[in-house]
Each structure stands twice: as structure tokens, then as C-alpha cells.
Design a protein around this ligand. Structure first.
Ligand code: SF4
Length: 507
């Protein structure tokens, strides 16, 4: 039975109530790259929606603007709920969860793309749902389809009617046009036509499916929960539901999971050398997740150690820019022998206090979020460790706060190479000209930030820290590092069509 149930008239239409509290991140946190999505799916458990909601809650760092859940129940069919705002505000009440019955479900959390910040249309919130000839299918996607513009044009020319502005919807339309015998055949065929980065969870009325693009740019993991199975962007989402981490879905692998056959693997694409996103190690993934068989926390600590070897400086304190700089700062401190201290304290509750900040409050900027521990800082030479410098606006303000608190010197150490290129694989990045490292040399950046010294980890140093003892293989890089190197593993066709200039031989 595939009849549509749930609290919106039909997926893509209808306007369920907005959450009372909009997400807190944007107004004070726009100087970071933002992962745009987290995905989760589960099959073979009672009340799948609760598992999906918990999984999405654990993945909330990957997207805070909106979330959605689709479930299927053998008696009542598909059900669907999509909301603006945080999972905890939308998918915890009995009223909502009782509309999502079933033992199979998928979900998605979303961080909007640049043009739609703060006003993501509900119609763009995933999962997307479509009724195909052989039944319903729901799809949720983390990443970005780099040829979505041309695919969309082609599909519209041939009669497809799009309900959203999302690239992910192309997948449903490609499936609808496929002549494949089963829904999983159709998904395979559709995915062979798309380029870019795509980790996907999808479901029919009896099957949970997951797939990573041939380069495996974005993560996807498999877990065992009781007699059932789960798929998630990160292992921290398996931990929260008490699932055992089984393995990562391999780059280019598609799994089809059912009660009868368990987990079946398909390989729809021509094999390619993987290029996992190296920035997942630096910043996007949660430190308690496992990537490449190693805890993200350990990797970040190793990055800090490598940074201390590459860029030593005499100082009295190593302080993280909380929270993402913390493991690297600990690594820097352990390697250098310079004491670690929490010189900057983050107010965890700021965002919920100022839901709609006034101009006056906006001007307080970073001070609302971070405060300097004066007693520690006064008179000291301080090394500040951060994960990245994007626009540099926050770094400048933090430096001012540290100097106002009486620090003798401020030295920035950055746990990633200069971010000089935008990401086109599912990460919200400013236009190239807004990236500090795209327009300034390292020395100019140091002057602009007004700090005593500024050093970034080298690309080779970062590769060593993630476990590549010989550094970056220049001929065949082991990771995607395009935002640092300008070396895009998949040509960003849509952006080139819109005028984006790829790296020239001289750069
Ligand atoms: S461009 Fe950067 S952020 Fe984007 S996938 Fe590649 S390494 Fe990750």
C-alpha cells in the first residue's frame, strides 16, 4: 500500500506549521563553512520515526535549518512530515510522531544553500517523495549534483514538472523516466546520470537503500540495530540509537536492505580512485564519529601535533577557538609542551536567547557567543588554534577580544590549509572573492587580522595527520581537497556555466 499519509497534503506542497524556535546558527556564525545535510535511514525496528528523529538529532551539526522524515507502515502506507527548524523542536511531540507510523523510515536535516538562508522554502526540505509505476519512493541526499542545471533543463523539456528548486529532485524524475524493472534498478540508472557528490538514503515500502558516489566524497555508514539495519551520515548517529557500527558504505557502492535478503551490495559505477572530503576530518564530522577506521577526535589531535611541528612559536598558553578548534589545540599543546587552557569560553545557550536579533545585538557579534577568560590571558603570549579561516571576520574579532583582555601577543595557528576555493560538493561556501585566502597572501592575511603570527597547516601536513605518511600524492590525490588546492575531482559543470573560473595553469 503506498497511499500518502501524514500531516502535509502532499510532499512538496502544503505548509505545516513553522517551529516556534528557528535555528540559532546563522546570525553570529557565518564565518565558517557549513555542511549542508545529514541523512539517516532505518529498517526493521518498531517505531522507525523515533529512531530517525534521534539519528537526525545526532546529525544536527550538519544542518540546522530544516528537517524531514518519511516512514512506511504496512497498513497505512507512506507518511511524511517536514518542518523548518531543529529536530528537537519538531520531532519530539507525540502529536507529530504518531503521524509517522511504521518499521521503515528515512530522514534528512538541511542547512540551506547560500541564496535561501533563513527562508528555505518548505518545498525544498527533504526527503522527496514520488509515486512511480511500481510504488512510492522517498529520497534524501547529502552532497551536490554538479550537473543538476543541465539535467533539470533536459527533464523539463521532456515534460517533468518540478516541485522544488533542489538538485535532489532530479533523481526522482530520472527514476520516473527509467525503464528499470525495480525501484532499485531505477535508482541505479538515475544515479549513473548524475555527477558530483551524493550520499543518498532512499526507501520503498519494503526496502531501505543507500548509495555513495563513485569518489565517495561524502560519508555514509551502515549499522546493525537489533534485527534491523541503519544507514547514517556519521557513526555518532548510530551510537545514539544503540546500533553497532558495521562498516562504511564503500565509494560507488549501493546497498539494498530488506527483511528477506538483508544487505545486498551493488556497484553501479565505473570504479574510480576514492576522493573523500578531507574537510570532514578537519571540521564537519563530529569528533566522536569514526572516519576511515579512526576517531575524528584522534585525527584532529594529530592535525594539531603536525601543526606544532610545522609552525612552532614561543608562548605561554595554547587556547582553542571553541568548540571546533579544541582537539587540534590539545594536539598542539601535547606536541609543543606549551600548556593548554580554555582561554575563550563559548556560551552554549546564546542562540536560543536571541531568536530574532536586533541590529544592536547583531553588532555585539562574536561577543555574544564567545567570551575571553581574562584571568588566564592577561600578560600572556597566546597561541589560538582554530579549524579554518574563511572570511576572517570572526578571527579579527577574537584577536581584538584577546588583546582587550591584556594578552601580550596573539599567534593564530590554523588546522587546515588556506581556504581559497569554494566547495561545490554540498558545503555552503562564500563566493571565491569573499574567501580571505583567495585574495591575500599568508603575510597579507596576518596583517589584515592584526596578529603577531599566522600559520596554516600545509596540505602535506594535513594528509600526514589523516594517515597518509607520505603526504599528498600530487598525481592522484587521495582525498578531495579542492577548497584548498582548486583541484576539483568532478568538474563543477553548473558553476562553470554560470561563469566560475577554474584554476589556471599559472595558479
Ligand atoms: S571542496 Fe573542500 S569541503 Fe568540499 S568536498 Fe572537497 S574537501 Fe570537502
Amino acid at each position: 500500500m503506498t497511499g500518502y499519509q501524514g500531516d502535509a497534503p502532499f510532499p512538496g506542497f502544503g505548509v505545516p506549521p513553522l517551529s516556534k524556535t528557528m535555528p540559532p546558527a546563522h546570525p553570529f556564525d557565518d564565518d565558517k563553512l557549513h555542511e549542508e545535510c545529514g541523512i539517516f535511514g532505518v529498517i526493521g525496528v518498531a517505531d522507525a520515526a523515533n529512531f530517525v528523529a534521534l539519528g537526525l538529532h545526532a546529525l544536527q551539526h550538519r544542518g540546522q535549518e530544516a528537517g524531514g522524515i518519511v516512514t512506511h507502515d504496512a497498513e497505512t502506507g507512506f507518511a511524511f512530515a517536514r518542518r523548518m527548524g531543529l529536530v528537537r523542536d519538531n520531532f519530539t511531540s507525540h502529536e507529530v510522531m504518531k503521524t509517522l507510523p511504521g518499521t521503515l523510515g528515512i530522514g534528512h536535516v538541511r542547512y540551506s544553500t547560500a541564496g535561501a538562508k533563513g527562508q528555505t522554502a518548505l518545498r525544498d526540505v527533504q526527503p522527496f517523495f514520488g509515486e512511480l509505476a511500481m510504488g512510492g519512493v522517498a529520497v534524501a541526499h547529502n552532497g551536490n549534483i554538479t550537473n543538476a542545471l543541465s539535467l533539470r533543463r533536459e527533464l523539463i523539456d521532456r515534460g517533468s514538472i518540478f516541485q522544488s528548486s533542489s538538485d535532489t529532485e532530479c533523481i526522482i524524475h530520472l527514476m520516473a523516466r527509467s525503464m528499470g524493472r525495480t525501484i532499485s534498478d531505477r535508482l541505479e540508472e538515475a544515479l549513473r546520470k548524475v555527477d558530483g557528490a551524493f550520499s543518498i538514503v532512499a526507501m520503498t515500502n519494503t526496502r531501505l537503500m543507500g548509495c555513495r558516489d563513485p569518489l565517495g566524497v561524502r560519508p555514509l555508514v551502515l549499522g546493525r540495530v537489533g534485527e534491523g539495519w541503519a544507514l547514517a551520515s556519521e557513526t555518532c548517529a548510530l551510537d545514539i540509537i544503540g546500533a553497532d557500527f558495521v562498516r562504511e558504505i564503500a565509494p560507488g557502492e549501493m546497498v539494498v536492505i530488506s527483511a528477506e535478503n538483508g544487505v545486498e551490495s551493488h556497484y553501479p559505477f565505473r570504479p574510480q580512485k576514492p576522493r573523500f572530503c578531507i574537510f570532514e576530518h578537519v571540521y564537519f564530522s563530529r569528533p566522536d564519529s569514526i572516519l576511515d577506521g579512526r576517531s575524528v577526535y584522534e585525527t584532529r589531535e594529530a592535525i594539531g601535533r603536525e601543526l606544532a611541528k610545522e609552525a612552532p612559536v614561543e608562548a605561554e598558553l595554547v587556547c582553542p577557538v571553541p568548540d571546533s578548534g579544541t582537539p587540534a589545540a590539545i594536539g598542539y599543546s601535547l606536541q609543543s609542551g606549551i600548556p593548554y587552557a580554555m582561554g575563550i569560553i563559548r556560551n552554549q545557550y546564546m542562540g536560543r536567547t536571541f531568536i530574532e536579533p536586533t541590529e544592536q545585538i547583531r553588532n555585539m557579534g562574536v561577543r555574544l557567543k564567545l567570551n575571553v577568560n581574562r584571568a588566564l590571558i592577561k600578560g600572556k603570549r597566546v597561541i589560538l588554534v582554530d579549524d579554518s579561516v574563511v572570511r576572517g571576520t570572526t578571527s579579527r574579532k577574537i584577536k581584538e577580544m584577546i588583546l582587550d583582555a591584556g594578552a601580550a601577543e596573539v599567534h593564530f595557528r590554523i588546522a587546515s590549509p588556506p581556504t581559497a576555493w569554494p566547495c561545490f560538493y554540498g558545503v555552503d561556501t562564500p563566493q571565491r572573492e569573499k574567501l580571505l585566502a583567495a585574495t591575500m597572501s599568508e603575510d597579507e592575511m596576518r596583517e589584515h587580522l592584526g596578529v603577531n603570527s599566522l600559520r596554516f597547516i600545509s596540505l602535506d601536513g594535513l594528509y600526514r595527520a589523516v594517515g597518509q605518511a607520505r603526504g599528498r600524492d600530487r598525481a592522484q590525490p587521495q582525498y578531495c581537497d579542492a577548497c584548498f588546492s582548486g583541484d576539483y575531482p568532478v568538474a563543477p559543470a553548473d558553476m562553470v556555466e554560470k561563469g566560475f573560473q577554474m584554476k589556471t595553469a599559472a595558479e
